[in-house]
Design a protein around this ligand. Structure first.
Ligand SMILES: [Zn+2]
Length: 96
């Protein structure tokens, strides 16, 4: 189970900052033959609207869990160019 914290968005239009929530769209698990077990990739998306000026902001990122329970540091977030800056969120894994 994975929990993604909020990202801070900074609107490029009006420069206000606000929090936005990520959603997990899909996950894909690969079992490596000679590695450390399973690797899971999560496709995550963020859709929000600037509370100040109403600009639409969307972003996506891939979060990789490998080995199980460990986060591979997120290096890049894809944001629709020119709309906002989106910070890298905190990600936690926990057992059910
Ligand atoms: Zn704005």
């Amino acid at each position: 189970m994975m929990l993604i914290g909020q990202s801070t968005c900074k609107c490029n239009k009006c420069h206000s900052t606000f929090g936005a929530t990520w959603e997990i769209e899909s996950s894909n698990t690969t079992d490596h033959d000679h590695g450390m077990g399973e690797e899971t990739e999560y496709l995550c998306t963020l859709e929000t609207t600037c509370p100040e000026c109403g600009a639409e902001i969307s972003a996506s990122m891939t979060v990789c869990e490998y080995p199980v329970g460990c986060l591979v540091p997120i290096s890049h977030i894809n944001v629709t160019p020119g709309t906002a800056q989106v910070s890298i969120p905190r990600v936690d894994f926990f057992d059910l």
